[in-house]
Design a binder for this molecule. Structure first.
Ligand code: NAI
Length: 482
């Protein structure tokens, strides 16, 4: 039975990224007559141009490095090489497989896919215009999941340059350049830098703020910078890009930058701009439907509802955490609200993952943020070099840092740079969301030898008794200044 029989659909979703397609599956499997409108390829940025293909390339790079280092583990006669066409083929095969999985799930649950650009014409009507479709449909509820697109800074000279952004990179960078300048040392900047480096490109990163990954724990950012420099990348922080221009001869680009009092030119074959992303709100009929924007984003309440109650917005288009898993959480919250169900998702605790080597995982507050909020932060620190699993696999760079409140013992934040940090951070998110104390973490037996036990050791370190370190002031948890 239809949820609202007067409309063509109970729910129409515009945009099929990890927000939109999840909303469609969750709604259709619970009986809502659901349509998902997508003008491009199913899966959005994450599946087609972002998370999945970039992590596939990072995985190829990791395999290459593992083979290069194989002699350290007693494996002989390994001469690694790579064939870029085959790396791309593996990447595309991965994307295709996952995309067909999503398509299959949508079909199985009865969600209709409409391949067209969707535009609201009022708060219940959407016009769909595609190569093979031109129709107008109505819906009781609408979810906007149109995502984000790369921001491009107003740097003089950019209009003369054939630069890449994260939306064009994977389509256009089919031949690796000899050298590349990356403007922006945020998440996309550092992950892409590693991909380029792995496949032989000379990389320069120019970051405006004093550290790479400005929102990340400063010690992690510093360690990453040192690791990148050791690999041979040039990392320039605290730099303003003044102009860019085509290089004098042949292809290539020259960036003029200022670092403090100094000016400098950087020359490279290619330019990649990764200075953030902005919500896609143009041409989707927000005005016609009466949905306002604020600073370029669609504001929503705790149920993901816009100020127009039958229209919801999820994911990057709402600003805030522009992360696939945040969009997925929003999708479940919105659909459950539409269905009148209670949703238990904690939307405040969103882990961040960066897929460098070692990986970086972070959730909750840094000590500085905790102090600013009136907590008395105490840090528990445990270095990877003291972890047996890290020694076994030869990946001893990095550490775990837990931020706790001195008064209550509550875990406030966790910042990991370690093998598999992007998996382990989920345990820390669960601990913070469940308001666990440091004692509850270290009183839980963690398996040995694993990287996960470093979290237990760091929890012990808060109280000064981590077993596998000799008890520096850091492991006593006295350092709480970052
Ligand atoms: P970002 O916000 O992470 O980093 C942008 C960086 O560019 C910042 O460090 C900023 O200080 C710098 N910047 C801005 N203007 C500049 C200028 N004119 N010159 C030099 N530096 C400048 O944005 P990014 O890396 O583009 O990523 C976009 C979004 O995608 C983020 O929200 C990110 O979290 C998400 N994402 C997440 C991934 C993950 O979870 N692993 C992977 C890729 C993207």
């Amino acid at each position: 039975m239809a949820f609202e029989p007067t409309y063509d659909y109970d729910l129409v979703i515009i945009g099929s990224g990890p927000g939109g397609y999840v909303a469609a599956i969750h709604a259709a499997r619970q009986g809502l007559r659901t349509a998902l409108i997508e003008k491009d390829t199913l899966g959005g940025t994450c599946l087609n141009r972002g998370c999945i293909p970039t992590k596939a390339m990072l995985h190829s790079g990791e395999v290459l490095e593992t083979v290069r280092r194989a002699h350290e583990f007693g494996i002989t006669r390994t001469e690694p090489g790579f064939d870029m066409d085959k790396v791309y083929a593996y990447r595309e095969k991965t994307v295709r497989k996952l995309r067909s999985g999503v398509k299959g799930l949508l079909k199985y649950h009865g969600a209709e896919i409409i391949t067209a650009a969707g535009t609201l014409t009022d708060n219940h009507t959407i016009s769909c215009l595609g190569k093979e479709t031109e129709r107008t449909i109505t819906a009781a509820r609408i979810i906007l999941a149109t995502g984000s697109e790369p921001s491009v800074p107003p740097i003089p000279g950019l209009e003369q340059i054939d630069y890449w952004t994260s939306d064009t990179l994977l389509l256009e960078a089919l031949e690796m350049p000899e050298s590349i300048t990356i403007i922006g040392g945020g998440v996309i900047g550092v992950e892409s830098a590693l991909i380029f480096h792995d496949f032989g490109v000379k990389v320069t990163i120019v970051e405006m703020m004093p550290q790479l990954l400005p929102r990340m724990d400063s010690e992690i950012a510093e360690l990453l910078k040192k690791d990148f420099q050791k690999k041979g990348m040039e990392i320039i922080t605290g730099a303003a890009v003044n102009t860019v221009a085509p290089a004098g001869t042949g292809s290539g680009v020259t960036c003029r930058i200022t670092i403090g009092e100094d000016e400098k030119s950087i020359q490279s074959d290619r330019l990649f701009i990764a200075v953030g992303r902005k919500p896609v709100t143009d041409d989707i009929g927000l005005e016609a439907a009466g949905v306002p924007t604020q600073k370029g984003c669609i504001p929503v309440n705790d149920h993901q509802q816009t100020t127009v109650p039958d229209i919801y917005a999820i994911g990057d288009v709402t600003g805030g955490w522009m992360l696939a898993h945040a969009a997925t959480a929003h999708a479940l919250i919105a659909v459950d609200h539409i269905l009148g169900k209670k949703n238990y998702i904690n939307r405040q605790i969103i882990p961040s993952c960066i897929y460098t080597r070692p990986e970086i995982g972070s959730v909750g507050l840094t000590a500085g943020e905790a102090a600013a909020r009136g907590f008395k932060p105490v840090e528990g620190f445990f270095p990877m070099k003291a972890a047996s699993k890290a020694v076994i696999i030869g990946e001893t760079e990095g550490f775990v840092k837990l931020v706790t409140d001195k008064n209550s013992g509550a875990l406030l934040g966790a910042h990991l740079m370690s093998p598999r940090a992007t998996d382990i951070i989920a345990e820390m998110a669960l601990a913070i969301a469940s308001e666990l104390t440091i004692e509850e973490i270290y009183s839980t037996v963690h398996p040995h030898p694993t990287i996960s036990e470093t979290v237990m050791e760091a929890a012990h370190a808060v109280e000064g008794f981590a077993v596998h370190t000799i008890g520096s002031s850091r492991s006593a948890g006295k350092r709480a200044d970052s």
